[in-house]
Design a protein around this ligand. Structure first.
Ligand SMILES: [Zn+2]
Length: 526
């Protein structure tokens, strides 16, 4: 029985150990339970059929091993194993690999059950190998979990003085379109003019910051700095530039300063749950809109989180999850556009947050909102060759967002405040995570830092908003203007951070200023 248990447990621990900075131990619970329960039941079932302990154990060990390695193999062969068919069709790795794996699996089961040789030597060998692997993973997890728990942040303990709530203050909607590029960058790199959208926003009375930039080029830094109205220098100081616990910044979002302030102003806080950990169902809002963020597979409801998606793609289930997962992702995004305008009917002052994970990959919408064939379901699906997919998704999201904003305005009794922004730009030039270093260029950083940024204020007075806005001052300005606060405004700076050193911040503001100035001087651009 030992080899089965080890093979059933090890791949899950290995995945966890490799993503330990982003995952918490809760992740392990369900996969471990399912894996052990199913594997052990299979051994007993087989034992009842063939009456041989060792054979049953070996067969199940082999099958479990195939189950957990299939996705890795399929991914590895993705561009290597294919058969071109007439008519431009291509037979991908799964359609070739699955039959081979099933045939070989069948042969292995048959041979094992029929064999007369002694299997104990083989079993001991498997036992030792997987036990060593198991120990390595457990040790890695153990050491890093201790480091993680040491001195976790006290960032969330912000003292708030109770403020008198004013009956006159407007509702506030904050809509984040993840990875939505600035228009001049869409023109320069994507050969697409999004001017119609800018004009629509203009017509509705929005202020659009045409040269807006993010403060940090990653979601997990950009949003916390916006929602704490401050730069995050304390992160590298306290945790180092490459910490074991990379979730600190992300977790800052769950109980952030801005949301607390709105609560203290007597606002009802409302969150449209995203699949990203900082703005998911753990975000502390009074009202939570959570479109069923699960998809059903083999009778089990599986949450559509990024970690689950990445993990399941390493298993034999990877060919199965594609369609259901794409459907779940589409449903999640569409439900926000559909339901948010109705929130305006709720009584009392409201603070509404919606972090929409698009146009950021995975690309699951065509320009008209149709299903993308052969969609690649990874959040890292970026590269120059993927620009058409990004653009299609952006076009669809733009239409939906415009309709949604019009409806919110129509449904609101009093004109609300609306913040519409991206947390960072796209990374088509930087590419996938592993390629960031080799693809680094000034133009790539410009693409990633230029963001859509638009604000609607009921009085239409945008004196304090500049065309080079960064989100760090959004709430400082709003709280000063509408809630009688006296926040100091901060200089607009932008920091580059690679995936190698997630808290290694490089100030690229001056470089970007220069690039943007040069870009303006080229003919035909604004
Ligand atoms: Zn993002």
């Amino acid at each position: 029985m030992w080899p089965v248990l080890l093979v059933a447990v090890y791949p899950i621990l290995y995945f966890y150990a490799n993503n330990i900075s982003e995952l918490s131990l809760v992740f392990l619970e369900k996969p471990l339970c399912f894996s052990v329960a199913i594997s052990v039941s299979l051994v007993f079932l087989l034992y009842r059929i063939c009456g041989n302990k060792e054979k049953s154990s070996l067969v199940v060990t082999g099958l479990v091993f195939v189950f957990f390695s299939y996705g890795h193999l399929s991914k590895y062969l993705n561009n290597k194993l294919f058969i071109p068919l007439p008519g431009g069709m291509v037979l991908g790795p799964d359609k070739i690999l699955l039959p081979i794996v099933f045939l070989m699996g069948g042969f292995f089961v048959y041979k094992t059950l029929r064999t007369k040789s002694d299997l104990s030597g083989l079993m001991s060998f498997i036992n030792i190998v997987f036990f060593l692997l198991f120990l390595t993973s457990v040790a890695t997890i153990f050491i890093n979990e201790i480091k993680k728990n040491r001195g976790d942040g006290d960032f969330a303990k912000v003292e708030l003085g109770r403020q008198e709530s004013s009956v006159e203050t407007p509702d506030v909607y904050h809509i984040i379109l993840d990875g939505y590029a600035r228009n001049d960058i869409l023109k320069d790199l994507y050969d697409y003019d999004n001017g119609e959208f800018v004009a629509d926003l203009d017509k509705m009375g929005f202020f659009v910051a045409k040269k807006a930039r993010t403060n940090y080029i990653h979601t997990y830094l950009s949003l916390p700095s916006t929602f704490y109205m401050s730069y995050l220098d304390f992160l590298p100081e306290k945790y180092g530039r490459n910490p074991v616990n990379g979730s600190v910044a992300k977790n800052m979002m769950l109980d952030n300063l801005v949301t607390k302030k709105f609560k203290s102003f007597g606002y009802k806080t409302i969150n449209f749950v995203s699949s990203w950990e900082g703005t998911n169902e753990n975000y502390l809002a009074d009202v939570i809109f959570n479109e069923k963020k699960t998809f059903k597979m083999l009778g089990i409801n599986i949450p559509t989180s990024e970690s689950n998606m990445v993990f399941l793609q390493t298993t034999l289930l990877s060919p199965l999850i594609q369609e259901a997962w794409e459907d779940a992702l589409r449903r999640n995004t569409l439900s926000v556009f559909e339901k948010m305008p109705d929130v305006a009917y709720l009584g009392g002052p409201k603070y509404v947050l919606a972090h929409i994970m698009a146009p950021h990959p995975p690309y699951v919408f065509t320009e008209d909102g149709g299903v993308v064939n052969e969609a690649i379901l990874t959040n890292a699906d970026e590269g120059v060759e993927r620009r058409p997919y990004y653009l299609n998704q952006l076009k669809f999201i733009t239409k939906q967002a415009t309709i949604m904003i019009e409806k919110i305005m129509n449904n609101s009794k009093k004109p609300p405040i609306i913040i519409l922004q991206a947390d960072h730009g796209p990374a088509s030039t930087l590419g996938r995570r592993d390629d960031w270093k080799s693809n680094y260029s000034q133009e790539a950083v410009r693409e990633r830092s230029g963001i859509l940024y638009a604000v609607f204020l009921p009085d239409g007075n945008y004196e304090e908003f500049s065309k080079t806005m960064t989100p760090i001052n959004t709430y400082g300005l709003l709280f000063n203007k509408y809630f009688g606060e006296n926040n100091d405004l901060l200089p607009d700076r932008t920091y580059y951070t690679s995936y190698d050193e997630i808290y290694g911040f490089y100030d690229v503001t001056d470089m970007l200023n220069q690039l943007d100035d040069e870009a303006v001087e080229l003919p035909g651009k604004q």
